[in-house]
Design a protein around this ligand. Structure first.
Ligand code: ZN
Length: 403
């Protein structure tokens, strides 16, 4: 390569996260040329005669793509620390629910919070993720359930990308829980989601995707199917919480609608993994919720690996089942709890997490991609997932800009 570029990062070891030839798609003694916010060239130093306006000597350290957290619920009111306390003082879920706890307490707190209050707490959580190297994150609604609060949540999520150095993708999760107004009429609530909220959110351009919670304690496959049909009609992508606590064949249903991802999937039958393969759907593993809920049933990782279904890992950051604002902790949990290799875990929070959001311009270091990059003072990429809370990036570039 010999061309003028804005910025050249040189003398770095690069984990491109592309396939082969070696682990992590690594390039030793490499450089990355950036122009106009995008990666122009990636390769070995000796092939380069670039003239850059600015250069940065990486000191032989490791350069990785910015991380992608592809599943969060980080906009919400209140918190559930009091319920955690009650639970560990011996109260049952039933008793906590009777005292107004559980998701209902978060819905009430989110409905009554102002957009400013929601933004302030969401900003703190997003900042914790960003400080650990996250450059793209997804945020779901689903704690308002009424139309105004769902819109408020999605607007707050979008505002995060205005006030922080991060790209935010938004997902409407109306079919998260049945609100009190519809306790006796769940199908009526789905009528409302499909007939009123999705058209309104689509008209306001507030969501990239639509998500559902298909579960015995959530929505039936028939109800989820109606949501998928409507999402397709409005040109929105589909994501799905499925097979977390039981096997309702929600993953197969989501794959029939070419979902970008199916998430949780602890109870996904190994014989159903082929549906993900056929529909090019990403398997999103959420070990934080598995850990927090002390689950026993593990996702079918061996079959996902054998059929080469891309696996992503996300924080699932939420107040009820995964209050964990650390993507690297979740990558570590994916290794310890689900037996992913360190390389699989790092692909799971970069290239495969981007794929779970329908994005192919990030999560990897290759020409044409966004220059979202982090420099790490490590001797091997596996150190990032082997340790917990030991490393923060030395430098971060967001769209080619040092932040
Ligand atoms: Zn979730």
């Amino acid at each position: 390569m010999s061309k003028q570029c804005d910025y050249l990062i040189y003398n770095v070891q690069i984990a491109t996260m592309l396939d082969g030839p070696g682990p992590y798609g690594a390039i030793e003694n490499g450089c990355v040329a950036i122009d106009n916010g995008k990666i122009q060239y990636v390769g070995a130093m000796e092939n380069v005669e670039a003239s850059a306006l600015n250069t940065f000597d990486g000191g032989g350290k490791w350069l990785l793509p910015g991380f992608v957290d592809c599943h969060t619920h980080l906009v919400y009111g209140g918190d559930r620390a009091n319920e955690f306390d009650m639970r560990l003082n011996g109260l049952s879920y039933q008793q906590i629910a009777e005292q107004g706890g559980g998701i209902k307490s978060t819905v009430a707190a989110t409905r009554s919070a102002t957009a400013e209050t929601l933004l302030a707490s969401a900003k703190d959580r997003a900042t914790a993720l960003i400080n650990e190297g996250v450059t793209t994150l997804e945020v779901k609604s689903g704690y308002g359930l009424d139309i105004n609060t769902e819109i408020k949540m999605l607007q707050v999520a979008k505002t995060l990308s205005v006030v922080l150095p991060v790209n935010v993708l938004t997902t409407y999760l109306g079919a998260h829980a049945i609100p009190d107004e519809y306790t006796d009429d769940p199908d009526g609530y789905i009528d409302f989601v499909c007939g009123q909220v999705i058209p309104e959110i689509s008209a306001l351009n507030l969501a990239d995707s639509v998500d559902i919670f298909c579960e015995n304690i959530g929505f039936t496959p028939a109800q989820c199917k109606r949501v998928f049909e409507t999402a397709k009609r409005f040109g929105l992508n589909i994501k799905a919480h499925v097979e977390q606590l039981s096997d309702l064949k929600g993953a197969k249903l989501a794959c029939d609608y070419h979902a970008l991802s199916v998430d949780h999937i602890e109870y996904l039958a190994p014989t159903d993994v082929s549906y993900l393969k056929q529909s090019n759907t990403v398997a999103v593993l959420l070990p934080g919720a598995f850990y927090f809920l002390k689950e026993k049933q593990k996702p079918p990782v061996e079959t996902l690996r054998r059929l080469q279904v891309p696996m992503a890992v996300a924080t699932d950051l939420n107040p009820g089942s995964s209050p964990i604002a650390s993507i690297l902790t979740c990558a570590n949990m994916a290794c310890v709890l689900f037996e992913l290799t360190p390389e699989e875990a790092l692909r799971a929070i970069t290239i495969n997490a981007a794929k779970a959001l329908g994005l192919n311009d990030r999560g990897q270091i290759s020409p044409g991609c966004r220059a979202d990059l982090c420099l790490w003072d490590i001797s091997h990429p596996a150190q990032l997932v082997y340790t917990i809370n030991q490393y923060k990036p030395l430098m971060r570039w967001f769209g080619g800009q040092l932040v």
